[in-house]
Design a protein around this ligand. Structure first.
Ligand code: SME
Length: 150
């Protein structure tokens, strides 16, 4: 895949015109619809020492709607403030299972002066996420962080 500037333009516009939750809801829906290897898309935001699921799109709800920072792949990315890509979740002992069909996962922190949250994507394909996905999602996360800190 290549970076889809239409999605980043949409997000920038939404961040100006809508409240944060509505902008994030539109983002997760659009990402899942437009990018076929994104099977489940969620955005968690930091609330105290937990990550709380603010928006998601996928075939099923996750039971992990609150994740302590430090637990799972999500908690790891939030605690180190860096993107984490797992090519095969069955081989990662930190992985918290949500959906039996998930094979790979990417978590990108929403980070400015501090970590505000993260974008979490599961794929039913092994090693679905490339450095292009990572750069694209880091661009989207930077737009969200900028809005939070302005
Ligand atoms: N797999 C994540 C938990 C969230 S679900 O993917 C929606 C983790 O290991 O932190």
């Amino acid at each position: 895949m290549t970076i889809d500037y239409k999605i980043s333009d949409m997000l920038e516009k939404d961040l100006e015109e809508k409240d944060m939750k509505e902008a994030l809801k539109n983002l997760v829906k659009t990402l899942r619809k437009k990018i076929t290897h994104y099977t489940w898309v969620g955005v968690y935001m930091v609330e105290g020492d937990e990550l709380v699921l603010w928006a998601w799109d996928g075939n099923a709800a996750t039971e992990h709607t609150r994740i302590p920072i430090g637990e799972g792949i999500c908690g790891l990315a939030a605690s180190i403030g860096e993107s984490v890509v797992v090519d095969d979740v069955s081989k990662d002992t930190k992985y918290l299972m949500c959906f039996p069909a998930t094979k790979s996962e990417i978590v990108v922190p929403i980070i400015g002066e501090e970590v505000h949250g993260e974008i979490d994507i599961d794929s039913d394909k092994l090693a679905a996420f490339t450095s292009e996905d990572q750069s694209f999602l880091e661009l989207l996360a930077a737009l969200i962080a900028q809005k939070i800190e302005e």
